[in-house]
Design a protein around this ligand. Structure first.
Ligand SMILES: [Zn+2]
Length: 608
């Protein structure tokens, strides 16, 4: 028996060792080389794209998909029809796409597509190019696609486009034929309807030939700064721009997208941040906004410092804040934001989009499926960073997110967060779910496992998942490993259901003979939580009482007085306090308000 026991032990040991060195994760890889010739008068461009695609999956691929996002900006497109049929359309879109004329629409037309020198057969369905491969791609193999295409930049409707409301000439986002991602869930050839992206990690080498008066910014490092100038040149270099057009050569390593913007009137400021990162600011030469854009630069460095410290070191050598687009949107190594804003709003939008450099452009979740992970985590951390750079320290920094989530929960229009980003009944319900409920997910996780463990979880999430595609489960597993608490129930109830948290103090009984009071608690909502109950005494002192949740199999560090755990299936709980109510003035469930209780009116009992 001893020998058998011994070998079983070895067997278990090898299983554990395997689990800790899990190599099952894989991701596809792209190498884009693009040559673009741009006509600024027609807003059209010719493109040549060589794409070396490596299939790191265990599957043989027989087809491939590309996104042709600009095709969304055509009357009758899915984006157009969706915007005209949803009850609360984005005011920037409305029915504007339906009114675009031929020379105002956007398009990407594929002129030819070869795979390893052979013609591939393809067809275009809206914003998606469907390709039947000439040669299947075996696991571990690479293939080369050569595409010729032409594009037309649409009038600015949403995110990308020409001549924005603030007069920026070209916001070139989602502007090239972009290979769809293939991951453990298969192809993600989502049509472009309103929002959210999921791209393939890789490297971009992009040459853009354009009128020499245009100043560019975006993803990637400029390779020929001394031919270009416009503030990119090395110090002391005198730049002579020859010819009618200039070719801007960019290289963007380890990214999953490539974006640029251009305008002949951009001011370009450069700032070297404390960690060596070069911050570029490109904004219109408009006297109304200049002062704000100059003052933004110090705040941006402060924000970078905050995110470096609280998430992980920004790994690229540069980041660009560029006036463009129609609000604020995150891209690889850059953001496009509107610039005619109050200073607070300008810093706020920069904080949000810069935070996305981590929660999307490094920790690249599939936004269409898990919109709360990029928007929610970004909202959570950017609120804190904004407070830090303005030296504010509110007790309850995420108040707005909680209010918005609780409003959603009580509205009757809530969908589970697993809903595809395009499939919400109302845009407003998507917004409150992705941004607010997503931010509360993290803040409330701090309530569950403690702030220290939350911080450690975010750091470890960054360390283990940067430059990859993490899933909700990957995140919660890290929180479990960091804290030692069981948390799958939290991920499940919060993100996959619309179950609500509602705990109540139903009554308080006084037993003078026993010198005790009984606080009767009830779980009224379906979603369980551990409880922190604060008791306030006549002399003003307070005591925190912690009731663990049994299914969490864990007790929070330094919670105060720890009571018996509460099995979730029991709707009620008797909390016994060894005092009479003569000594107690108030009892309150979760005075921190970090637990998203949808009805706080029943959380407090004032005894005198
Ligand atoms: Zn965002």
């Amino acid at each position: 028996m001893l020998r058998y026991f011994f070998s079983l032990n070895l067997f278990i040991f090898s299983l554990v060792a395997f689990a800790q060195n899990d190599t099952s994760y894989w991701q596809q890889h792209v190498e884009y080389t693009m040559n673009i010739d741009f006509d600024v008068k027609k807003y059209q461009y010719d493109g040549e794209q060589e794409l070396v695609y490596t299939n790191n999956s265990p599957d043989t691929l027989y087809k491939a998909y590309y996104h042709l996002y600009f095709n969304a900006f055509q009357p009758g497109s899915e984006m157009d029809v969706r915007s005209r049929t949803i009850k609360d359309p984005d005011s920037r879109v409305g029915d504007r796409i339906s009114k675009l004329s031929e020379d105002e629409i956007g398009f990407i037309k594929v002129k030819s597509l070869m795979q390893d020198g052979e013609n591939a057969s393809y067809q275009v369905k809206g914003t998606v190019l469907e390709v039947r491969l000439a040669n299947p791609i075996l696991p571990g193999n690479s293939t080369t696609f050569d595409m010729k295409f032409e594009g037309q930049v649409p009038v600015q409707i949403r995110r990308s486009g020409r001549n924005s409301a603030e007069g920026v000439a070209l916001s070139m986002t989602q502007w090239y034929p972009k290979l769809a991602e293939y991951d453990f869930e298969g192809w993600h050839a989502d049509p472009y309807i309103g929002r959210e992206f999921h791209g393939v990690w890789g490297n971009f080498d992009v040459k853009i030939k354009i009128d020499k008066n245009y100043i560019l910014g975006g993803s990637g490092y400029l390779q020929n700064p001394n031919e270009i100038g416009y503030g990119y040149e090395d110090e002391g270099v005198k730049v002579k721009r020859k010819g009618r057009k200039l070719t801007w050569h960019f290289i963007a390593p380890d990214v999953h997208d490539f974006t640029w913007a251009a305008d002949p009137e951009y001011i370009h400021d450069k700032r070297t941040a404390y960690d060596g990162t070069t911050l570029h600011f490109l904004y219109k030469d408009n006297p109304d906004i200049k002062e704000n854009w100059v003052n933004l630069q110090d705040k941006t460095e402060g924000l970078l410092k905050y995110f470096n410290k609280h998430i992980g070191q920004y790994p690229y050598k540069q980041y660009s804040v560029i006036q463009g687009g129609d609000g604020g949107m995150e891209y690889a190594m850059s953001t496009l934001i509107t610039g005619e804003r109050s200073f607070g709003s300008l810093v706020g939008v920069t904080a949000h989009e810069l935070a996305h450099a981590w929660f999307q452009h490094l920790l690249a979740t599939n936004e269409s499926k898990h919109e709360w992970m990029d928007e929610g985590f970004t909202s959570y951390i950017s609120t804190l960073a904004e407070n830090a750079v303005f030296e504010k320290d509110p007790d309850f920094p995420h108040q707005r997110s909680y209010n918005s989530y609780i409003g959603l929960a009580n509205s009757g229009f809530e969908h589970p967060q697993t809903t595809h980003a395009d499939r919400y009944k109302y845009n407003a319900a998507y917004g409150a779910s992705a941004y607010s409920k997503g931010a509360v997910f993290l803040s409330q996780l701090g309530y569950l496992i403690g702030e220290d463990n939350l911080q450690k979880t975010i750091h470890r999430y960054y360390d283990e998942w940067k430059f990859k595609h993490p899933t909700p489960n990957d995140f919660i597993r890290i929180a479990e490993k960091v804290s030692d608490a069981e948390l799958s129930w939290y991920l499940n109830d919060w993100t996959r259901t619309t179950n609500q948290i509602d705990y109540a103090i139903t009554s308080v009984q006084n037993d003078v003979t026993q010198n005790t009071i009984i606080v009767n608690l009830e779980r009224k909502g379906l979603m369980p939580m551990p409880l922190e109950v604060e008791v306030t005494y006549e002399d003003g002192s307070t005591q925190m009482i912690y009731i663990p949740l049994r299914m969490m199999r864990w007790t929070k560090p330094n919670p105060g007085v720890v009571e018996e755990d509460w099995p979730w299936a029991f709707p009620t709980y008797k909390l016994e306090l060894p005092v009479t109510n003569f000594a107690i003035t108030k009892i309150e469930i979760d005075p921190s308000q970090f637990m998203a209780d949808v009805d706080r009116t029943n959380n407090v009992k004032v005894l005198k």
